[in-house]
Design a binder for this molecule. Structure first.
Ligand code: GLY
Length: 557
């Protein structure tokens, strides 16, 4: 259904923009990157399961239906809010292997060895996903794991239909699959749209996990097969690494913004801290009066982003290894100080903004799902292999790809690696350390009640995409689907450019921003983020926001 109304105005003119409405359900909803995963999550809820049961099922279903980012060989973060208002966060981020060293990606001359942290077995961090879903289930699950995995195993056996977008992605990455893997893998085949890919090996892996639980993956036969495979391919992971892995409960970042309470992911993700810094910095400005994607709104948000991202990699890393001045960074007074030199008359130059001698360029092939159950519990989960199909190393015996999350560390503190990533000490490599992330699974409360569940893939653009989605609803009065669909922009301090989704922004606005000293880049980011979100409407029904940029789908009842 499409409605039309005024949703945007700036000082000069009013714009009429369409309000697109997403799926509306009465009780429960799952929004994820694939219809199969959303449907399986919903089916678990229909059986009487809660949001944590649905999390387990959806995460595993994404590993089957969305191998691009869904995973058993990666990691992620979950933020939850129970129906009684209790909140929490689970960190199942990958860890560096015990044999990892600070300089492991450098040659004898101290130069980065191209591709060593991104392609193949040396890029793999200790996977956390299986530990994560089991830990969430141990604490809050209500259905038996056996029952939860049943539809996922059936999906892996039955197979998944290739979408047009998936065909394109597989075509893009096939040469790398061939390069990295010794033997041909399932994805070596030239799959076309509407073909069905079956995953018998993954089904068998899931059956073993169904029978023997988490230990099968971290200590059992799967662990042995996994370690042998990685070592045969030149990696350094050991059984001890797997045995020692555990998911960790963290205290989420919480802060208030204009009557909303935002609950987001804490370190080792930078997501919540950065989101808090940006939202604190923009709060004093009347964004709603400036108008959606107006020159002034883009200026304020860009300048807040510039300053937050400049801080990000200087201060942030694994909190078990580095001391983070978190309280100070997310305080209103700190952000106000940071914005004190901002002027509407002229862009600040990133060269004049300290901290960070860090340019952040992360891969954007992650995935997010949002769940609200019929009991009012909410979970927000972002999970990743890092790059598209992770390290591209695929175990045909186990049926899944391995991450290349080690590349999220600073391979060489203070200097850019091949991807332009310049790291700082806080995020340098150490055995058992978790690499810094940008993942920002977020839950928003309004008037003390659940209001929104939101998150996205997008590397460093994750934080700014979540930000804009919240602002689109709260400041610019959009529906959930319209807020997700609306064009997005992004600034991350360095490079000193405002990235915009091409052909989506007002030409006059771009001209104005350019004359104020902003460099606009519409070329390098075809899309920014792929948001999966749920909004609780005033009458208590749920509206899904499933991003049109992907194959994302909302399902529920
Ligand atoms: N690998 C992307 C992230 O963690 O932000």
């Amino acid at each position: 259904m499409l409605l039309f109304s005024v949703i945007s105005c700036n000082d000069k003119k009013e714009k009429v923009t369409k309000k697109e409405i997403g799926l509306i359900t009465k009780q429960a909803m799952v929004v994820s990157a694939r219809v199969e995963a959303s449907k399986i999550g919903t089916a678990i809820l229909k059986k009487g399961g809660n949001a944590f049961d649905a999390m387990f099922a959806t995460e595993m279903a994404l590993a089957v239906a969305y191998p691009f980012a869904g995973n058993l060989g990666g990691g992620g973060f979950m933020v939850y809010r129970k129906n009684d208002g209790e909140i929490g966060a689970l960190d199942y981020r990958e860890k560096a292997p015990l044999a990892a060293t600070r300089d492991m990606y450098l040659d004898d001359d101290g130069n980065i060895i191209k591709g060593k942290s991104t392609i193949g077995a040396m890029g793999i961090g200790i996977p956390g996903t299986v530990a994560g879903v089991f830990e969430a289930h141990r604490k809050f699950g209500s259905l038996r794991v056996q029952e939860i995995l049943e539809p996922v195993i059936a999906l892996a056996k039955r197979g998944v239909v290739v979408t047009a977008k998936q065909e394109k992605r597989l075509n893009n990455y096939r040469p790398l699959f061939d390069k990295v893997n010794k033997d041909s893998i399932t994805f070596t085949h030239k799959w076309k749209e509407n073909d069905t890919i079956k995953y018998p090996a993954l089904a068998e892996t899931l059956i073993q996990i169904q029978k023997n639980g988490k230990d099968e993956f971290y200590k059992g036969e799967i662990a042995k097969t996994l370690v042998k495979f990685i070592q045969d391919n030149g990696g350094i992971m050991t059984l001890e690494d797997l045995e020692k892995y555990e998911a960790k409960w963290r205290t989420p970042i919480t802060f208030n913004y204009d009557g909303l309470r935002i609950i987001s992911m804490s370190p080792p993700s930078s997501g919540g801290v950065c989101l808090a810094q940006i939202m604190n910095a923009i709060e004093p400005f009347e964004l709603d009066k400036f108008g959606h994607n107006s020159t002034k709104a883009i200026q304020v948000i860009t300048e807040a982003e510039r300053r937050a991202y400049a801080d990000r990699s200087h201060f942030l890393g694994d909190p078990d290894f580095v001391t983070i001045p978190q309280k100070e960074l997310i305080s209103k007074s700190y952000s106000n100080k940071r914005m004190s030199d901002f002027s509407f008359d002229k862009a600040t130059s990133s060269a004049d903004v300290s901290y960070g001698n860090v340019e952040i360029i992360e891969s954007d092939e992650t995935t997010h799902y949002s769940i609200i159950d019929q009991f009012g519990n909410a979970v927000s989960v972002t999970t990743t292999l890092n790059g598209a199909y992770g390290s591209k190393l695929y175990s045909s015996e186990l049926g899944f790809f391995f991450n290349n999350e080690m590349d999220d560390f600073s391979s060489k503190p203070g200097e850019p690696n091949m991807f332009g990533l310049i790291g700082a000490k806080a995020n340098e490599i150490a055995p058992e350390k978790r690499m810094l992330s940008s993942m920002t699974p977020t839950i928003v409360e309004k008037d003390g009640k659940l209001f929104m569940v939101v998150g996205t893939p997008g590397g460093s653009t994750i934080i700014t995409s979540v930000l804009q989605t919240i602002l689109n609803v709260h400041e610019f009065k959009m529906n959930m689907q319209a807020a997700v669909n609306a064009p997005r922009f992004h600034h991350q301090w360095l490079p000193d450019v405002v990235k915009m989704e091409p052909n989506s922004f007002d030409k006059e606005t771009i001209t104005e921003l350019t004359s104020l000293g902003y460099t606009i880049d519409e070329t390098t980011s075809r899309i920014i983020g792929k948001v999966s979100a749920i909004l609780v409407l005033p009458n208590g029904t749920l509206e899904g926001g499933a991003d049109k940029r992907g194959d994302d789908t909302a399902d529920g009842f």
